[in-house]
Design a protein around this ligand. Structure first.
Ligand SMILES: Cc1cc2nc3c(=O)[nH]c(=O)nc-3n(C[C@H](O)[C@H](O)[C@H](O)COP(=O)(O)OP(=O)(O)OC[C@H]3O[C@@H](n4cnc5c(N)ncnc54)[C@H](O)[C@@H]3O)c2cc1C
Length: 334
């Protein structure tokens, strides 16, 4: 292993570490809930699903910001059949449903989420496979692992996204981007589950990829096929390493409980805009913006979701007052 590849492995490990920590906390916190407990919460899951569902599952340990209340119902399905059954049942019962990837773009309110959260943490949803010039990725795979897999196979097209936290599914649904290039432009097709539990394939053209958005809302991303270009593996590897190092150096490295609240508006970065209106480093209770890269929100010891929401509102209001720009949220508030 070269020195460069060692540093890459340790950086992936950092992202993985957070998730391992998160996964471990989730399992150790809450023993599976029996059907009676779910019924007492007002939902009668069918016998074949009830063993999968836990109640009042704390979500704070499962998201990067580390705060927020519980999910009324929570499941970590082991295969797509279980996802389909749980999703269609919950929707038919009129229950709100959310999918949780790595939790790097979710802020959970103190009251928690009054519905069913389906976690992507189970291993069968995270396979990565090279097929000719294509990479086929399970939605639960880490985006950085997908990038490394493609680069390792000498396939270009994803390397600019190295270091963006989260899963392939989370990245595709929000069309993650960095340095002016998005994930959607490398997508060939996406396999999704709709709310009736039906699995179908959507082409890149029909996915509605726009600036940090898609038209896939309401569907669960299961698997994504990327169309990539054969390229020189050494040059590709070097490019990826450089991008990764530069991306990591721009993060508030001494904090792990961070999020990126805003989408860059057209023509200017959210960082620059917030700097220009003098709000870098601003604090609300135990939540602040980073002073160097103010589009990072930091949850300090004692932070609450309410404080995060108040800070976000203040920034949007001030930016709008001073510049006329209506900052759009990247962070999903549950
Ligand atoms: C330090 C840091 C740096 C970041 N840098 C960038 C950046 O450079 N560029 C960028 O675009 N973003 C960035 N982000 C935001 C975040 O990493 C991305 O939005 C990421 O793609 C979210 O993936 P996730 O798996 O963590 O999704 P989650 O946070 O778990 O979920 C985000 C949203 O996606 C939905 N979702 C997740 N998985 C699925 C699925 N399989 N099917 C359907 N819906 C799903 C969730 O319901 C939720 O609405 C950054 C965040 C942090 C904390």
């Amino acid at each position: 292993m070269t020195a460069g590849s060692h540093s890459l492995v340790s950086m992936v490990w950092n992202d993985e570490y957070l998730n391992d920590r998160v996964g471990a906390t989730a399992t150790s916190h809450s023993p599976p809930t029996d059907a009676m407990e779910a019924e007492a919460k007002g939902m009668n899951f069918p016998d074949e699903l009830s063993h999968l569902v836990r109640t009042d599952e704390p979500l704070g340990p499962l998201v990067w910001l580390g705060i927020g209340g519980p999910a009324r119902f929570f499941a970590e399905p082991l295969d797509w059949d279980q996802f389909a059954q749980l999703y269609s049942f919950a929707v038919a019962e009129g229950m709100a449903v959310r999918v949780l990837g790595s939790g790097s773009n979710v802020l959970v309110r103190e009251a928690g989420f009054d519905g069913l959260v389906l976690s992507m943490a189970a291993a069968p949803t995270s396979e990565l496979r090279i097929d000719g010039n294509r990479l086929v990725a399970g939605a639960g795979a880490k985006l950085s692992n997908a990038v490394i897999k493609s680069v390792g196979a000498g396939l270009a097209g994803l390397e600019h996204l190295i270091g963006i936290p989260g899963t392939v599914g989370g990245g595709v649904i929000g069309n993650a981007s960095a340095g002016g290039r998005d994930l959607g432009s490398a997508v060939a097709e996406i396999s999704v589950l709709d709310s009736t539990g039906t699995r179908r394939s959507i082409s890149q053209e029909d996915a509605g990829f726009g600036h940090r958005k898609t038209s896939l809302v309401g569907q669960i991303v299961c698997e994504v096929t990327f169309q990539l270009e054969p390229s020189d593996i050494t040059a590709l590897n070097k490019r990826m390493q450089k991008l990764w190092i530069s991306r990591n150096s721009q993060r508030p490295s001494q904090h792990s409980r961070i999020a990126m609240p805003f989408v860059d508006p057209d023509g200017i970065s959210a960082d620059e805009l917030i700097q220009n209106v003098g709000l870098a480093g601003i604090r609300e209770g135990d939540v602040s913006l980073d002073s160097r890269q103010p589009n990072y929100l930091i949850a300090h010891e004692g932070a609450t979701s309410e404080q995060c929401v108040r800070l976000i509102d203040r920034i949007r209001e001030q930016v709008h007052l001073q510049t006329g720009v209506d900052l759009q949220l990247n962070l999903q508030i549950w």
